[in-house]
Ligand binder design. Structure first.
Ligand code: PLP
Length: 415
């Protein structure tokens, strides 16, 4: 397909044959929704076939057994006891589940920071209305020089009313690794419970739940582990599991079980749904463990090194500055952009609504065939783009993006 960028579209890496990505698109946004390799889709299809061959037996017998297989594997992967892990369809539900399991009182403060994901912030907004809690936002700067700035900002916002702190392991808008272990220890010393939002963490950074010691840890598998969409976990410390329940109670929860803790039984079945994304998580872990000699640690290093080089290439082409040190990056990197032209805010009557939220992203996708997000961060009042480096990407793709972004920013400057 002919596109606007003057150079030829670069190929993906030799690993790209494992994915079914649209060949006409340069795909630099693995972070938002992941992308599932073909062998993992095949594994999911086998699970679905088992489900459809005998649905009653699947839901009444196989589901718990297969969930335990996943639980065992996930426990090894995140260094946690399997019996402390429940599953959820995604991090959004996992976070809301935790919030709804804490007995907040009016005036209780929940501490977040300006880089937290909007689904958590939105759920907290609902709690403010319903329960009279207060959301306190620590202002973490961006651009940022080091992790101490995060620690200082978060700890300066703790008050005697702080009940819970929510901290991303990797921030979504700004793609930086936060010092979650140091923060957990410091917050615990002040008597504050800690929820780590690790939506992006599995297969981007090592996860050691036992060492971390947070009260709650949630993460997605469908992002960087590239399992099918709809697979996440909630780790809850044993002392907090009593009465910890899903947001929706299934038709089974009144049955008293001698053989299984309610924490497991209630989360393993939350009504009729497609549980195959979760049950395919071991296949996704297998894929990445075998993809490179050195397994997932080697994958994380490769992707980190690539995104560091990719960010440098985009900055070189556009003259933009890297806003965070290399060592704070996982396999993603955010670059700050000039403010959007005023005309975007007040478009002439009849201008169609932006498909992707910012006309710059629309043009990158439609004119250059590059899928990469362009977002505004309300608390920083600026625009940015975030690149992701997955096994199928190459440095040439980031160079290609740098060229396209340069052209589009020059175009915007003339508007
Ligand atoms: C930090 C963070 N938390 C939560 C979420 C929500 O994840 P999901 O859409 O899988 O619910 C995201 C999604 O990008 C995220 O980046």
């Amino acid at each position: 397909m002919k596109t606007k960028t003057s150079t030829t579209r670069p190929s993906r890496s030799e690993f790209a044959t494992h994915w079914r990505l649209d060949p006409s698109i340069t795909f630099l946004n693995h972070g938002s929704y992941g992308a599932c390799p073909e062998v993992v889709i095949d594994a999911q299809n086998e699970i679905r076939a088992l489900m459809e061959r005998e649905p009653v037996r699947f839901y009444m017998q196989h589901l718990e057994r297969l969930s335990d297989v996943v639980r065992q594997r996930v426990g090894q992967f995140i260094n946690a006891r399997p019996q402390d892990i429940a599953f959820a369809p995604n991090a959004t539900v996992a976070i809301a589940t935790i919030l709804n399991n804490i007995d907040f009182k009016p005036g209780d403060e929940i501490l977040v920071n300006t880089h937290e994901y909007m689904s958590a912030i939105n759920e907290l907004g609902r709690m403010e209305q319903r329960l009279g809690t207060r959301t306190v936002k620590a202002l973490v700067p961006f651009p940022i020089q080091n992790e101490q700035q995060v620690i200082d900002a978060v700890m300066a916002s703790v008050t005697p009313r702080t009940r819970l702190a929510i901290i991303s392991h990797i921030t979504s808008p700004t793609a930086i690794i936060l010092p979650v272990k140091k923060l957990t220890d410091l917050l615990h010393a002040k008597g504050v419970r800690v929820m780590i939002d690790g939506a992006h963490s599995p297969a981007q950074v090592p996860i050691d739940v036992a060492h971390l010691g947070a009260d709650y840890y949630v993460a997605d598998f469908h992002k960087w582990v590239s399992s099918p969409k709809g697979s996440a976990f909630i780790h809850v410390q044993p002392g907090l599991q009593k009465g910890f329940r899903p947001i929706c109670l299934s038709s089974r929860v009144h049955n008293v079980r001698e053989d299984r803790a309610p924490f497991l039984a209630e989360f393993d079945y939350v009504g009729t749904s497609d549980y195959s994304p979760l049950l395919a998580v071991p296949a996704a872990l297998d894929f990445f463990e075998k993809a490179l000699p050195g397994g997932i640690p080697a994958l994380m290093k490769r992707n980190h090194d690539l995104v560091v080089k990719g960010r440098a290439a985009v900055c070189k082409a556009t003259g933009l500055m890297p806003p965070a040190p290399d060592e704070m990056l996982p396999s993603m990197a955010t670059i700050l952009l000039p403010a959007a032209p005023a005309i975007y805010k007040n478009p002439p009557k009849g201008t169609p609504r932006s498909t992707f939220g910012d006309p710059l992203q629309d043009r990158l996708v439609e004119e250059h065939r590059i899928q990469v997000p362009v977002w505004a961060l309300p608390d920083c009042g600026t625009r940015f783009t975030r690149i992701s480096a997955q096994l199928y990407n190459t440095l040439a793709e980031f160079e290609y993006f740098g060229q396209a972004l340069k052209e589009e920013l020059e175009r915007e400057a003339g508007m």
